[in-house]
Design a protein. Structure first.
Length: 229
């Protein structure tokens, strides 16, 4: 499942998606459960989707339709992640991603009066260079948050981890270029249903072992093994 606007088709509304938007996923999961009422539903979330999934599971608590879950490379503290990706070599990734977000935002000006909605002129979009700037100018106001800070605070998954009531595996690498290890929770901040697996290497949703000519995709194997346990 892609967030609306995150796949190959734009969201037709002025709004888009964000890392705490669990509404689309809840709708999708409910649809699957209705279509396959006897099936056990497992979920995997990657990157922003992993943060959203953990938040969703925390929101659901004991009432979760999903019975087992894996979160990979989740930026569980969004403000810290937005700060970290604005430093050093990580800025390369930020530049690439923000350019794509800016293009998506600019297309909305063709069909909506975006200037009256977010008070940003179309010719000023190119000035948004960081996630902080983009989220302050667009993500926060269009989704009803007072500021980027409030958006990050309310959407970060870390505060929801204590409420997760289903077996959940969190996979993370210490060398993730999108965030520092400071986003990781302590043992006291997670429920007893969560299993943390932290590796020295793995990058952002990487975790490739083996050799250059014979790579081993460890992540996929680990996820399947966890679901079979």
């Amino acid at each position: 499942m892609h967030f609306r606007g995150c796949g190959k088709k734009d969201n037709l509304l002025p709004r888009s998606y964000h890392s705490g938007e669990s509404g689309d996923a809840k709708e999708f999961i409910a649809h699957l459960h209705k279509a396959y009422p006897k099936a056990k539903l497992f979920a995997i979330g990657y990157s922003l989707g992993a943060n959203m999934l953990l938040k969703l599971l925390g929101e659901a608590g004991e009432n979760s339709i999903v019975k087992k879950a894996v979160a990979v490379s989740a930026p569980m503290q969004l403000a810290l992640s937005a700060e970290y990706i604005n430093k050093g070599f990580s800025k390369y990734y930020q530049t690439y991603l923000v350019k794509a977000l800016n293009k998506s935002l600019e297309r909305k000006y063709d069909t909506h009066d975006m200037e009256s909605l977010i008070h940003l002129k179309r010719n000023a979009i190119h000035k948004l260079k960081t996630f902080w700037e983009f989220d302050a100018a667009y993500t926060a106001p269009i989704h009803g948050f007072a500021s980027a800070e409030e958006y990050y605070k309310k959407s970060s998954a870390k505060q929801f981890l204590k409420n997760i009531a289903i077996p959940t595996l969190i996979i993370h690498a210490l060398d993730d270029p999108f965030m520092s290890p400071a986003v990781l929770p302590s043992q006291a901040e997670i429920s007893d249903k969560i299993q943390l697996e932290i590796s020295q290497y793995g990058g952002h949703v990487g975790f490739v072992g083996g050799t250059f000519f014979k790579p081993e995709y460890w992540l996929e194997k680990r996820i399947i093994a966890f679901f079979k346990e």
